[in-house]
Design a protein around this ligand. Structure first.
Ligand code: S3P
Length: 415
């Protein structure tokens, strides 16, 4: 079996969440094309609708009639989505909305103090379950702060900046390493007063509402990475990935794959609505190990399960460090990667902030615990391509959180 074909992808999940939220803030009708088909983005849509924003489909496009938010009459169900919770909580706090946020078991165990701490410094009155969901926010007068974030997290940065849109004065966030910059880029494009200075971003209270906009969301590089891994792993494979977002804060996986010796060619690259986009060709070549440390992590945080699988087939010792954030994703991804790869016969050692893999090793089929985490489910479906025997996932359906079409597309590529 080889992996062959040409793919385009539904829109990037991070940009899709933000485009719905920013369209909701804007006066008038915005038109979004190629929005993510994932359940997470549906959670954002439903929460915005519960806050009085009218959203409907027009063919494949989504139309958002934004303007004013109202207090939701029911708790906002953010499902499995950390981005929905953290960004929307900041945004609604800035708009003076009373709301309660709930989510599934995974989301309810994730740390929310990372946003509640800075937001309470801005004046937000809220109650939480020991820094976790359920959280209720109350209409509060917010004032800008200068916040030094202890983590490189785009969700934290965005929550504070979005609250800053409605806070008096200026709000600035400094992060230890640059995390994805979609919030600041998109808001700048929409005319908001934002200044980026190295690792610090400052936003000023917006006196007039945003203007409505049209956006075609570029293909999701985090989704493309699964198929790139498949083609890189399976001998004689070659795949073309079209219209993939090439924002420099998101290209870490492809840079790492190239460094590992993976076959890669950028067929062409261009700019569209302020973002770089590229078409890539990925093909199989022998792989070698790689070292990844704290400064590299934000650029490929969601792709580390795939780097682990590549490393099992690469010659030498791969060390991933400075990735403690993986422990507080949809599941403890360090634990999930190590437990499942060990079951498949990989030589992997778990570290507090990462893992060490010695390769190459033959992988065998195994029963895989997904921990109901979409990226674990999809990553181990890719591992199966180079395993002797079948991989049985305990919850394959969770892939729909980011890419409901995943298994159909993967089947289509197998030749
Ligand atoms: C996201 C940011 C990342 C990423 C998540 C989406 C975003 O989280 O893991 O899948 O859209 O801002 P952190 O920035 O909190 O690490």
């Amino acid at each position: 079996m080889v992996i062959k074909g040409e793919l385009t992808f539904p829109g990037d999940k991070s940009i899709s969440h933000r485009s719905l939220m920013f369209a909701a803030l804007a006066n008038g009708e915005s038109r979004l094309s190629n929005s993510s088909t994932g359940v997470d983005v549906q959670s954002t849509r439903k929460c915005l609708e519960a806050c009085g924003i009218k959203i409907w489909n027009d063919g494949n496009d989504v139309i958002v009639k934004g303007g004013t938010f109202s207090n939701p009459s029911e708790p906002l169900d953010c499902g499995n989505s950390g981005t929905t919770t953290r960004l929307l909580l900041g945004l609604l706090a800035g708009q003076g909305i009373n709301a309660t946020f709930i989510g599934d078991d995974s989301l309810s165990s994730r740390p929310m103090n990372r946003i509640l701490d800075p937001l309470s410094k801005m004046g937000l009155i809220s109650e939480s379950n020991n820094g976790k969901l359920t959280i209720t926010i109350h209409k509060s007068e917010l004032a800008g702060i200068k916040y030094e974030s202890p983590v490189a997290s785009a969700q934290v940065k965005s929550a504070v900046l979005l609250a800053g849109l409605g806070a008096s004065g200026k709000t600035s966030v400094t992060e230890p390493t640059l995390s994805r910059d979609h919030t600041e880029k998109m808001l700048t494009g929409l005319g908001v007063n934002i200044i980026v200075d190295g690792l610090s971003t400052t936003i000023s209270k917006s006196s007039s509402p945003l203007l409505s906009f049209k956006l075609s969301v570029p293909g999701d590089p985090s989704t493309a990475a699964f198929f790139a891994t498949a083609a890189a792993l399976v001998p004689k494979s070659e795949i073309k990935l079209n219209h993939v977002l090439a924002n420099p804060t998101r290209t870490g996986f492809f840079a790492a794959l190239e460094k590992m010796g993976g076959g890669m060619a950028c067929v062409n690259q261009w700019e569209e609505t302020g973002e770089l986009i590229y078409n890539l060709k990925i093909f199989h070549q022998p792989l070698q190990s790689i070292n990844i440390d704290e400064k590299d992590v934000p650029g490929l945080i969601d792709e580390l399960p795939l780097i682990a699988i590549l490393a099992t087939q690469a010659k030498g010792k791969t060390e991933i460090r400075g990735a403690k954030e993986l422990r507080v994703k949809e599941c403890d991804r360090i634990h999930a990667i190590c437990k499942n790869l060990k079951k498949m016969g990989a030589d992997i050692e778990e570290l507090d902030d990462g893992f060490i893999i010695n390769g190459p090793t033959n992988l065998n089929g195994a029963e895989i615990e997904t921990f109901h985490d979409h990226r674990i489910a999809m990553a181990f479906s890719i591992a199966e391509l180079v395993a002797d025997g079948d991989v049985e996932l305990d919850n394959p359906e969770c892939a729909s959180i980011s890419y409901p079409e995943f298994y159909d597309v993967l089947e289509r590529l197998k030749q």
